[in-house]
Design a protein. Sequence first.
Length: 274
Amino acid sequence: TMPRKRKLLAQLSALQSSSSFPPFDALENLNATPDGDSSPKSSKYFAIEKKNSSQLEADFFNQPCVSLAKSFLGQILVRKLPDGRELWGRIVETEAYLGGEDEASHSKGGKQTQRNAAMFMKPGTLYVYQIYGIYFCVNVSSQGDGAAVLLRSLEPLRGLDAMRELRSASRKGPTKLLKDWQLCNGPSKLCQAFGIDKAFDQRDLTQDAAIWMVPGHNLPGEQDVVATTRIGVGNRGEWAQKPLRFYLRGNKFVSVVDKKTEREMAAMGHFSCS
């Protein structure tokens, strides 16, 4: 078993150096497997699993759509590029799409198609669709048939140079250097910056080696969250008016700020006007 152990150790030290997760005792974990079985299969499995040990698991995603949309705020999306670089972004804006009677949802009326199949899959499944034939948007399925949360904006934390490269590669003509707040402040920009395309559709955030989520620090309280109308659904009757977009108040990485709603919330004592 020595060559295999050496190989695993090399993999583990590579992971440690490229990842921000706390170091762990590689040798000890090679021997300690989840089920006490020291067969090669479970050792290797455990070594790989250890990489994402702090990631958000299936039970986090398994909650109702509005609840998940709010719970995402402050959590961190991680994308591992093919060259090993990791991109980290804090989620600062989301939208809930409830399916069923939600006129703005791709799954309204419970309509299931090849395109929106991911919305009906287990919570934590990515639903990636294309708009205007060029841009991508990424959603995460929640509890409830056909319900999913759109990730609208991220606050870039790590890998900003790589994000700039990816954004400029997908923009036409001469490009000015993007400021940090411009990298991920919108659903399609977020996908460009994180290299997310249709190939990510139907992937599982709890299982995928290239994309996952980890818990954020200092998660926001209810008083930090603005609930307002969704963007671009103006022709959907009463559903255009429902407060199903959520963002972190005062965060400069949010795509569209609703000053009116913020003033109303302040007047009602939800938070102080700052």
